[in-house]
Design a protein around this ligand. Structure first.
Ligand SMILES: NC(=O)c1ccc[n+]([C@@H]2O[C@H](COP(=O)([O-])OP(=O)(O)OC[C@H]3O[C@@H](n4cnc5c(N)ncnc54)[C@H](OP(=O)(O)O)[C@@H]3O)[C@@H](O)[C@H]2O)c1
Length: 266
Protein backbone atom coordinates (compact mmCIF):
# COMPACT_ATOMS: atom_id res chain seq x y z
CA UNK A 1 0.00 0.00 0.00
CA UNK A 2 1.67 3.23 -1.16
CA UNK A 3 -0.50 5.90 0.34
CA UNK A 4 -0.28 6.98 3.94
CA UNK A 5 -3.31 6.52 6.21
CA UNK A 6 -4.97 9.18 8.35
CA UNK A 7 -7.24 7.99 11.17
CA UNK A 8 -9.86 10.56 12.14
CA UNK A 9 -12.04 10.05 15.21
CA UNK A 10 -15.43 11.75 15.31
CA UNK A 11 -15.47 11.75 11.51
CA UNK A 12 -19.26 11.48 11.20
CA UNK A 13 -19.81 15.25 11.57
CA UNK A 14 -18.34 18.73 11.88
CA UNK A 15 -14.62 19.26 12.31
CA UNK A 16 -13.80 15.53 12.00
CA UNK A 17 -15.53 15.19 8.62
CA UNK A 18 -13.66 18.32 7.49
CA UNK A 19 -10.34 16.81 8.63
CA UNK A 20 -11.07 13.61 6.69
CA UNK A 21 -11.67 15.60 3.49
CA UNK A 22 -8.49 17.65 4.01
CA UNK A 23 -6.25 14.63 4.58
CA UNK A 24 -7.80 12.90 1.55
CA UNK A 25 -7.24 16.03 -0.54
CA UNK A 26 -3.54 15.74 0.35
CA UNK A 27 -3.36 12.17 -0.91
CA UNK A 28 -3.91 10.22 2.30
CA UNK A 29 -6.18 7.20 2.53
CA UNK A 30 -8.55 7.88 5.41
CA UNK A 31 -9.94 5.73 8.20
CA UNK A 32 -13.16 7.20 9.56
CA UNK A 33 -14.50 6.29 12.96
CA UNK A 34 -17.49 7.33 15.10
CA UNK A 35 -20.68 5.65 16.35
CA UNK A 36 -23.01 6.48 13.42
CA UNK A 37 -22.13 3.90 10.76
CA UNK A 38 -24.42 5.30 8.05
CA UNK A 39 -22.85 8.76 8.28
CA UNK A 40 -19.38 7.24 8.00
CA UNK A 41 -20.34 5.21 4.91
CA UNK A 42 -21.82 8.27 3.19
CA UNK A 43 -18.69 10.34 3.86
CA UNK A 44 -16.42 7.47 2.82
CA UNK A 45 -18.24 7.20 -0.51
CA UNK A 46 -18.02 10.98 -1.07
CA UNK A 47 -14.29 11.00 -0.30
CA UNK A 48 -13.58 8.02 -2.58
CA UNK A 49 -15.40 9.71 -5.47
CA UNK A 50 -13.88 13.17 -4.93
CA UNK A 51 -10.28 12.34 -4.09
CA UNK A 52 -9.70 8.83 -5.46
CA UNK A 53 -8.20 7.55 -2.21
CA UNK A 54 -9.09 4.45 -0.21
CA UNK A 55 -11.44 4.81 2.72
CA UNK A 56 -12.00 2.55 5.70
CA UNK A 57 -14.79 2.90 8.23
CA UNK A 58 -14.85 1.55 11.78
CA UNK A 59 -17.90 1.97 13.98
CA UNK A 60 -16.81 2.34 17.59
CA UNK A 61 -17.94 4.02 20.78
CA UNK A 62 -14.99 5.75 22.43
CA UNK A 63 -16.86 5.82 25.74
CA UNK A 64 -16.21 2.07 25.83
CA UNK A 65 -12.74 1.35 27.24
CA UNK A 66 -12.25 -1.24 24.47
CA UNK A 67 -13.08 1.35 21.74
CA UNK A 68 -9.56 2.52 20.78
CA UNK A 69 -8.15 -1.02 20.52
CA UNK A 70 -11.19 -2.11 18.48
CA UNK A 71 -10.39 0.62 15.93
CA UNK A 72 -6.69 -0.28 15.72
CA UNK A 73 -7.49 -4.01 15.43
CA UNK A 74 -9.90 -3.29 12.55
CA UNK A 75 -7.18 -1.34 10.71
CA UNK A 76 -4.56 -4.00 11.42
CA UNK A 77 -6.92 -6.65 10.00
CA UNK A 78 -6.83 -4.64 6.74
CA UNK A 79 -3.02 -4.55 6.92
CA UNK A 80 -2.96 -0.83 7.65
CA UNK A 81 -0.95 1.32 10.06
CA UNK A 82 -1.73 4.87 11.15
CA UNK A 83 0.52 7.63 9.76
CA UNK A 84 -1.63 10.55 10.86
CA UNK A 85 -3.95 10.51 13.86
CA UNK A 86 -6.60 13.17 14.38
CA UNK A 87 -8.03 12.84 17.89
CA UNK A 88 -11.17 14.85 17.25
CA UNK A 89 -14.20 13.04 18.74
CA UNK A 90 -15.78 15.04 21.53
CA UNK A 91 -18.85 16.66 22.99
CA UNK A 92 -20.00 18.89 25.83
CA UNK A 93 -21.83 17.55 28.85
CA UNK A 94 -24.45 20.11 29.90
CA UNK A 95 -25.43 20.87 33.47
CA UNK A 96 -23.88 21.55 36.86
CA UNK A 97 -21.41 18.91 38.07
CA UNK A 98 -23.47 17.92 41.12
CA UNK A 99 -26.55 17.36 38.97
CA UNK A 100 -24.92 14.94 36.53
CA UNK A 101 -24.32 11.24 37.09
CA UNK A 102 -20.83 9.91 37.69
CA UNK A 103 -21.42 7.40 34.88
CA UNK A 104 -21.87 10.31 32.45
CA UNK A 105 -18.75 12.09 33.74
CA UNK A 106 -16.71 8.88 33.58
CA UNK A 107 -17.79 8.24 29.98
CA UNK A 108 -16.93 11.87 29.21
CA UNK A 109 -13.38 11.46 30.56
CA UNK A 110 -13.02 8.23 28.59
CA UNK A 111 -13.95 9.92 25.30
CA UNK A 112 -12.20 13.25 25.88
CA UNK A 113 -8.97 12.10 27.58
CA UNK A 114 -8.32 8.37 27.83
CA UNK A 115 -9.24 7.43 24.25
CA UNK A 116 -7.07 10.11 22.56
CA UNK A 117 -4.13 9.40 24.87
CA UNK A 118 -4.45 5.64 24.22
CA UNK A 119 -4.68 6.05 20.44
CA UNK A 120 -1.60 8.30 20.47
CA UNK A 121 0.28 5.89 22.74
CA UNK A 122 -0.47 2.90 20.51
CA UNK A 123 0.20 4.55 17.13
CA UNK A 124 3.30 6.53 18.14
CA UNK A 125 5.87 3.67 18.21
CA UNK A 126 5.10 2.82 14.56
CA UNK A 127 5.34 6.48 13.56
CA UNK A 128 8.73 6.78 15.27
CA UNK A 129 9.94 3.57 13.63
CA UNK A 130 8.88 4.81 10.17
CA UNK A 131 10.25 8.31 10.98
CA UNK A 132 6.97 9.89 9.92
CA UNK A 133 3.87 10.77 11.85
CA UNK A 134 1.26 13.42 12.51
CA UNK A 135 -0.84 13.69 15.66
CA UNK A 136 -3.47 16.41 15.89
CA UNK A 137 -5.31 16.64 19.19
CA UNK A 138 -8.45 18.71 18.77
CA UNK A 139 -8.58 20.67 22.03
CA UNK A 140 -10.36 24.01 22.39
CA UNK A 141 -9.92 27.66 23.23
CA UNK A 142 -11.71 26.57 26.44
CA UNK A 143 -8.50 24.74 27.39
CA UNK A 144 -6.55 28.01 27.33
CA UNK A 145 -8.85 30.06 29.55
CA UNK A 146 -9.96 29.60 33.17
CA UNK A 147 -12.92 27.27 33.69
CA UNK A 148 -16.49 28.46 33.91
CA UNK A 149 -19.64 27.16 35.57
CA UNK A 150 -21.51 24.51 33.64
CA UNK A 151 -18.47 23.59 31.58
CA UNK A 152 -16.99 21.74 34.51
CA UNK A 153 -14.68 19.09 33.08
CA UNK A 154 -14.74 20.31 29.47
CA UNK A 155 -12.02 22.98 29.76
CA UNK A 156 -10.03 20.69 32.05
CA UNK A 157 -9.98 17.85 29.50
CA UNK A 158 -8.96 20.27 26.75
CA UNK A 159 -6.22 21.79 28.93
CA UNK A 160 -4.90 18.27 29.46
CA UNK A 161 -4.86 17.65 25.70
CA UNK A 162 -2.95 20.90 25.16
CA UNK A 163 -0.26 20.10 27.76
CA UNK A 164 -0.09 16.50 26.53
CA UNK A 165 0.43 17.71 22.95
CA UNK A 166 3.14 20.18 23.95
CA UNK A 167 5.07 17.55 25.91
CA UNK A 168 4.75 14.92 23.19
CA UNK A 169 5.75 17.51 20.60
CA UNK A 170 9.03 18.04 22.46
CA UNK A 171 9.60 14.31 23.03
CA UNK A 172 9.37 13.36 19.34
CA UNK A 173 10.46 16.62 17.69
CA UNK A 174 13.56 15.10 16.06
CA UNK A 175 11.95 11.81 15.05
CA UNK A 176 9.79 12.92 12.14
CA UNK A 177 6.61 12.97 14.19
CA UNK A 178 4.70 16.26 14.41
CA UNK A 179 2.31 16.81 17.30
CA UNK A 180 -0.11 19.74 17.47
CA UNK A 181 -3.02 20.82 19.64
CA UNK A 182 -5.78 22.60 17.73
CA UNK A 183 -7.76 25.08 19.83
CA UNK A 184 -10.87 26.24 18.00
CA UNK A 185 -13.35 28.77 19.35
CA UNK A 186 -17.02 28.64 18.35
CA UNK A 187 -17.25 26.50 15.23
CA UNK A 188 -20.29 25.60 13.12
CA UNK A 189 -20.85 21.86 13.57
CA UNK A 190 -23.32 19.65 15.44
CA UNK A 191 -21.55 20.28 18.77
CA UNK A 192 -24.05 22.83 20.09
CA UNK A 193 -27.04 20.78 18.91
CA UNK A 194 -25.71 17.81 20.89
CA UNK A 195 -25.21 19.85 24.09
CA UNK A 196 -28.51 21.70 23.67
CA UNK A 197 -27.13 25.27 23.50
CA UNK A 198 -27.81 25.97 19.78
CA UNK A 199 -30.92 28.16 20.14
CA UNK A 200 -29.41 30.36 22.88
CA UNK A 201 -26.09 30.72 21.10
CA UNK A 202 -27.77 31.63 17.81
CA UNK A 203 -29.61 34.42 19.60
CA UNK A 204 -26.71 35.76 21.64
CA UNK A 205 -23.42 35.07 19.87
CA UNK A 206 -22.43 37.48 17.08
CA UNK A 207 -21.65 35.91 13.70
CA UNK A 208 -18.01 37.09 13.81
CA UNK A 209 -17.36 34.78 16.77
CA UNK A 210 -18.02 31.72 14.57
CA UNK A 211 -15.80 29.86 12.13
CA UNK A 212 -16.59 27.10 9.63
CA UNK A 213 -15.45 23.52 10.33
CA UNK A 214 -13.51 23.47 7.04
CA UNK A 215 -11.35 26.51 7.89
CA UNK A 216 -10.74 25.21 11.42
CA UNK A 217 -9.63 21.79 10.14
CA UNK A 218 -7.48 23.42 7.43
CA UNK A 219 -5.69 25.46 10.13
CA UNK A 220 -5.12 22.25 12.12
CA UNK A 221 -3.72 20.43 9.10
CA UNK A 222 -1.33 23.31 8.32
CA UNK A 223 -0.19 23.54 11.95
CA UNK A 224 0.65 19.83 11.99
CA UNK A 225 2.54 20.09 8.69
CA UNK A 226 4.50 23.09 10.02
CA UNK A 227 5.03 21.19 13.32
CA UNK A 228 3.55 23.97 15.45
CA UNK A 229 2.61 22.59 18.89
CA UNK A 230 -0.34 24.93 19.34
CA UNK A 231 -2.80 26.33 16.82
CA UNK A 232 -5.57 28.80 17.64
CA UNK A 233 -7.52 29.40 14.42
CA UNK A 234 -9.03 32.85 13.82
CA UNK A 235 -7.71 36.27 14.83
CA UNK A 236 -10.60 36.84 17.27
CA UNK A 237 -9.78 33.57 19.06
CA UNK A 238 -6.07 34.46 19.12
CA UNK A 239 -6.92 37.79 20.80
CA UNK A 240 -9.02 35.97 23.42
CA UNK A 241 -6.16 33.50 24.04
CA UNK A 242 -3.65 36.34 24.55
CA UNK A 243 -6.02 38.26 26.84
CA UNK A 244 -6.60 35.12 28.93
CA UNK A 245 -2.83 34.83 29.37
CA UNK A 246 -2.31 38.49 30.27
CA UNK A 247 -5.27 39.11 32.58
CA UNK A 248 -5.54 37.66 36.09
CA UNK A 249 -7.61 34.47 36.29
CA UNK A 250 -10.24 35.97 38.60
CA UNK A 251 -10.94 38.78 36.08
CA UNK A 252 -11.34 36.30 33.27
CA UNK A 253 -13.50 34.00 35.41
CA UNK A 254 -15.82 36.89 36.29
CA UNK A 255 -16.07 37.90 32.64
CA UNK A 256 -16.69 34.31 31.55
CA UNK A 257 -19.35 33.84 34.19
CA UNK A 258 -21.24 36.97 33.13
CA UNK A 259 -20.97 36.21 29.40
CA UNK A 260 -21.25 32.44 29.24
CA UNK A 261 -22.83 31.13 32.45
CA UNK A 262 -26.33 31.79 31.13
CA UNK A 263 -25.78 29.63 28.04
CA UNK A 264 -25.16 26.50 30.03
CA UNK A 265 -28.62 25.76 31.39
CA UNK A 266 -27.67 26.08 35.09
N1 LIG B 1 -17.87 23.20 17.62
C1 LIG B 1 -17.18 23.98 18.46
O1 LIG B 1 -17.56 25.15 18.71
C2 LIG B 1 -15.90 23.46 19.06
C3 LIG B 1 -15.03 24.39 19.65
C4 LIG B 1 -13.84 23.93 20.22
C5 LIG B 1 -13.52 22.60 20.18
N2 LIG B 1 -14.38 21.71 19.62
C6 LIG B 1 -13.99 20.28 19.62
O2 LIG B 1 -13.98 19.81 18.30
C7 LIG B 1 -14.16 18.40 18.29
C8 LIG B 1 -15.18 18.03 17.22
O3 LIG B 1 -16.43 18.59 17.58
P1 LIG B 1 -17.44 19.18 16.50
O4 LIG B 1 -17.59 20.62 16.79
O5 LIG B 1 -17.09 18.76 15.13
O6 LIG B 1 -18.80 18.48 17.03
P2 LIG B 1 -19.81 17.47 16.28
O7 LIG B 1 -20.21 18.02 14.96
O8 LIG B 1 -20.88 17.21 17.30
O9 LIG B 1 -18.94 16.14 16.06
C9 LIG B 1 -18.52 15.37 17.15
C10 LIG B 1 -18.00 14.04 16.65
O10 LIG B 1 -17.57 13.26 17.78
C11 LIG B 1 -18.13 11.96 17.67
N3 LIG B 1 -18.36 11.38 18.99
C12 LIG B 1 -19.03 11.92 20.04
N4 LIG B 1 -19.10 11.04 21.05
C13 LIG B 1 -18.47 9.91 20.62
C14 LIG B 1 -18.24 8.64 21.21
N5 LIG B 1 -18.71 8.31 22.42
N6 LIG B 1 -17.57 7.70 20.49
C15 LIG B 1 -17.11 7.98 19.25
N7 LIG B 1 -17.31 9.18 18.63
C16 LIG B 1 -17.99 10.12 19.32
C17 LIG B 1 -19.46 12.17 16.93
O11 LIG B 1 -19.82 10.99 16.23
P3 LIG B 1 -21.03 10.01 16.58
O12 LIG B 1 -22.10 10.81 17.26
O13 LIG B 1 -21.44 9.45 15.25
O14 LIG B 1 -20.40 8.98 17.45
C18 LIG B 1 -19.05 13.25 15.91
O15 LIG B 1 -18.49 12.67 14.78
C19 LIG B 1 -14.57 18.01 19.72
O16 LIG B 1 -13.47 17.45 20.39
C20 LIG B 1 -14.95 19.36 20.35
O17 LIG B 1 -14.74 19.35 21.76
C21 LIG B 1 -15.56 22.11 19.05
Amino acid sequence: MDRRLALVTGASAGIGAAFARIYASHGYDVALTARRAERLETLAEEIRMRFGVETLTVTADLAEPAGPQKILDALAAQGRVVDALVNNAGYGLPGAYANTSWEDQQAFLQVMVTAPCELAHKTLPGMIERKFGRIVNVASLAGLIPGSAGHTLYGATKALLIRFSQSLHLEVADQGVHVSALCPGFTYSEFHDVNGSRATLNRRMPAWMWMGADEVAAAGYEAAEANRPLCVPGVHNQIIAVMAKLFPDDWVMTLMQSRLGRFRGL
